[in-house]
Design a protein around this ligand. Structure first.
Ligand code: PEP
Ligand code: MN
Length: 315
C-alpha cells in the first residue's frame, strides 16, 4: 500500500509522525494495563475453556509467570462442525469467575453479531478470529461495543486488508484496536501457517495501532512457540498471545501447540532477555509464588526494568 495514498484513514499513521518514534499509540485495556507502550504485554491461557478448574489453574500460573491477560475461547470457530465448539455462555461465566478470583483481565473471541453484547459484558478485550477478519457486520458491531478489540489477521489476508478491517471497527466509533499477526497460508506444510515476521515491521511502520503476535496458531507446534515468540519481540511486536494448558495432550482443541506451565515459564524468561535487548520492558514472574530453584533460574545478569520510553497518549 502506498503511504502517500492510503486506502485507510483512521488506522494510518499520521504522515507527520512517520519519522518520529515512537509511532504506536497505546490502547488502554484497564486502568492499569495498556498495550503498545514500552512494556511487552503477554496474553496466555488455554485454546478453549474446558472447565472451571483448568481455567483457574491456568490463570494462576500464567499470571504468576508474568502474563497480563488471560486468553481462552468460550465460542470456538472450528474448521469441522463435529469438533468441540466451546462451552459457549457457560464458558463466559467461568471466565468471569476466574477473573474475579485472580484479578487477571480476559480476552476471548466473539464469533457473531448476536454474541457481541453478551461477550462485551464479560470480556476486557474482544477477540476477532482469523476466520472473521472480514465479517464486516461483526466489525461494525464491535465499533459500538465500548471494549478494546484484538483483531487477528485472516490466514489469506494482506496487510492492507487487515488495516482496512481495523478501519471498519474504527469508522464505527471504536479506536481501541490491537492488531494480531497469527501466521498466513503459504506453500509450506512443515508448520500450520507461516508467521509473517515482515508484517510485524510493516505494521509497526504504517499504523499507530499496537501489534500482538500469536506464535501458537502460526506454528501449530509447541516446540516452535519459543523461537517464534523471541523473533516476534525482536521484530518489534508489542506483545504475544500464547496457548497454555494444564495438560496439553488432553486438550479438547489445538493439543499440538499448547504449552505446559513449565514451558510457558521458560518462554517468559527468554522473552524478558530479548525484550531487554530491544529496549522494552516485560513483567517478570512473581518471585513470591515460585520455588527458590525457579527464582534463581530467572535472575538475569542485568536489570530488566529499564525506564519507560517517552509516554505517548493512550487511545
Ligand atoms: C484463537 O486464538 O483461539 C484462534 C482460533 O485463533 P485464529 O483465529 O488465529 O485461528
Ligand atoms: Mn487454538
Amino acid at each position: 500500500m502506498s503511504r502517500s495514498t492510503p486506502e485507510y484513514i483512521l488506522a494510518a499513521l499520521p504522515t507527520h509522525q512517520i519519522a518520529s518514534l515512537p509511532h504506536t499509540r497505546p490502547v488502554r485495556v484497564t486502568d492499569t494495563l495498556s498495550i503498545g507502550g514500552s512494556e511487552i504485554v503477554i496474553a496466555a491461557g488455554p485454546c478453549s475453556i474446558e472447565g472451571f478448574d483448568m481455567l483457574l489453574a491456568s490463570a494462576r500460573h500464567v499470571k504468576a509467570a508474568g502474563a497480563s491477560l488471560l486468553r481462552g475461547g468460550a465460542f470456538k470457530p472450528r474448521t469441522s462442525p463435529y469438533a468441540f465448539q466451546g462451552l459457549g455462555d457457560e464458558g463466559l461465566v467461568i471466565m468471569a469467575e476466574v477473573r474475579d478470583r485472580t484479578g487477571i483481565p480476559i480476552v476471548t473471541e466473539v464469533l457473531d453479531t448476536r454474541q457481541v453484547d453478551r461477550v462485551a459484558q464479560i470480556a476486557d478485550v474482544m477477540q476477532v478470529g482469523a476466520r472473521n477478519m472480514q465479517n464486516f457486520a461483526l466489525l461494525a458491531e464491535l465499533g459500538r461495543c465500548g471494549k478494546p478489540v484484538l483483531l487477528k489477521r485472516g490466514a489469506s489476508a494482506r496487510v492492507a486488508e487487515l488495516l482496512l478491517a481495523a478501519e471498519h471497527i474504527m469508522a464505527n466509533g471504536n479506536d481501541r484496536v490491537i492488531l494480531c499477526e497469527r501466521g498466513i497460508r503459504t506453500f509450506e506444510t512443515g508448520t500450520r501457517y507461516t508467521l509473517d515476521i515482515s508484517a510485524i515491521a510493516v505494521l509497526k511502520h504504517e499504523t499507530h495501532l499496537p501489534v500482538l503476535v500469536d506464535p501458537s496458531h502460526a506454528g501449530g507446534r509447541s516446540d516452535l512457540v519459543m523461537p517464534l515468540s523471541l523473533a516476534a519481540i525482536a521484530a518489534g511486536a508489542d506483545g504475544l498471545i500464547i496457548e497454555v494448558h494444564p495438560n496439553p495432550p488432553a486438550a479438547l482443541s489445538d493439543a499440538d501447540q499448547q504449552l505446559t506451565f513449565e514451558q510457558f515459564s521458560d518462554v517468559m524468561k527468554q522473552s524478558a532477555r530479548v525484550a531487554f535487548a530491544c529496549d522494552r520492558t516485560i513483567k517478570l514472574p512473581d518471585l513470591n509464588t515460585r520455588t527458590a530453584a525457579e527464582s534463581t533460574e530467572i535472575s538475569p545478569p542485568f536489570d530488566l526494568r529499564r525506564p519507560a520510553r517517552d509516554k505517548v497518549a493512550v487511545a
